[in-house]
Design a protein around this ligand. Structure first.
Ligand code: ATP
Ligand code: MG
Length: 366
């Protein structure tokens, strides 16, 4: 799949701009604060309906504009398709694919992206939230049902958190606590099955990439960690649900005392091992970066296996963070699909990639 053309109207610092992209590598170059990441953000929006930088759509509307529009012509699933996302101040967003109204999670039926930004280089060393986000973003794009479940889970979770925070002031809140817990555990059971199987696929795809990348046969291993009482995360959702309830029984009082949700899929993690040791505690910075890159490139491969098409790869300021050996490895690996790479103008990256160079200056692209 590839994006042929994008038009941005009142999106971030783009007033009215159109850009034609190459089907291979596109290097988006320019000084700081000119609009390079904004362009990548618009592409990410086209595949997920949301930004990777903010939860608030209103921040995406250009200063002084009453609305924003992202229009794109893409080639995917063997045909040309048009995506149109409209944001209006104070209103919900409107998403159209080939003039037909769609939800944000349905966008993944038309366009898929894999984003890699500098934060992802710390994927292994950071807390579990960033690894859950990797799982959530990746699975949502290949399983629209997962995206729906996740939205439902977050709704229940926030509600339950509010109860746990306020029940002392208003004891009647406790009447509905069990219902919210139960809802959370039912949805957790389904999320866990999806996550377990995705983690298993990562554990198949990432180690060969990592082995090649590290050059000296390092063994990467990825294990999925969820609620401790779950015996088989691949098993029937019903059994996972019962296992979660068992955990809940043991932690019911502690939840009330601590005001925290102690049971559920919101605490899941991916445990990463290099040569049998937990990478988070033992790996060097170079090793963890290599592992992070391997995971991201594996995400791209899995998406290709799933959809039969290579997703659009978005590399925001990542290459400049890598040494030359790793840069070369990434550049060799990304052939065969469309890639958008941002970099600061004088890094010489555009020469090394040999792709189309787009120069961004104050919200204009030339
Ligand atoms: P860097 O190299 O530092 O990463 P960049 O080219 O990636 O820079 P962007 O993150 O794309 O820069 O941001 C470019 C500019 O967009 C910033 O100056 C920012 O103030 C501006 N900007 C952000 N949001 C809006 C908005 N809603 N309306 C107008 N301008 C905005
Ligand atoms: Mg940027």
């Amino acid at each position: 799949m590839r994006i042929k053309k994008i038009a941005l109207n009142g999106f971030r610092n783009y007033a009215f701009e159109t850009v034609e992209l190459d089907g291979g590598t596109n290097v988006i170059s320019g000084r700081n604060a000119q609009g390079k990441t904004n362009l990548l953000e618009s592409v990410y929006m086209l595949s997920t309906g949301r930004s990777f930088r903010t939860r608030f759509d209103r921040e995406l509307i250009g200063f002084g504009f009453s609305g924003a529009q992202i229009l794109a012509q893409v080639e995917s699933r063997g045909r040309e398709q048009d995506i149109d996302i409209q944001l209006r101040q104070g209103q919900g967003k409107k998403i159209l694919v080939n003039s037909v109204k769609k939800t944000a999670s349905q966008l993944s039926e038309t366009l898929n992206t894999v984003l890699f930004c500098p934060d992802d280089l710390d994927l292994i060393k950071e807390g579990a939230a960033i690894r859950r986000r990797l799982l959530d973003n990746a699975i949502s794009q290949i399983r629209p049902r997962y995206a729906e479940l996740l939205t439902e889970f977050n709704r229940l979770y926030e509600h339950k958190m509010r109860i746990l925070k306020d029940w002392r002031e208003k004891l009647s809140l406790l009447d509905t606590l069990e219902d919210f817990s139960d809802g959370m555990y039912r949805v957790s059971a389904q999320l866990i099955r999806y996550r377990a199987s995705y983690a298993a696929r990562l554990d198949r795809s990432a180690p060969p990439i990592h082995r090649e990348f590290s050059g000296d046969g390092e063994e990467l291993e990825i294990r999925y960690a969820t609620v401790s009482t779950v015996r088989d995360p691949f098993g029937p959702a019903k059994e996972i649900y019962y296992d979660i309830c068992e955990h809940h029984e043991k932690h019911r009082q502690a939840e009330l005392d601590s005001g925290q949700c102690l049971t559920g899929a919101h605490k899941d993690d991916l445990e990463i091992f290099i040569n049998g040791r937990p990478a988070r505690s033992f790996a060097s910075q170079g090793q963890t970066r290599t592992a992070a890159l391997s995971l991201k490139l594996a995400e791209r491969e899995i998406m290709l296996e799933e959809t039969g098409e290579t997703p659009v790869l978005l590399l925001d300021d990542v290459l400049s963070e890598l040494d030359e050996k790793r840069q070369a490895f990434v550049l060799n690996r990304i052939g065969g699909g469309q890639t958008l790479i941002t970099c600061c103008e004088d890094e010489g990256i555009s020469r090394r990639t040999g792709g189309k160079v787009l120069f961004v200056e104050k919200g204009r692209i030339h």
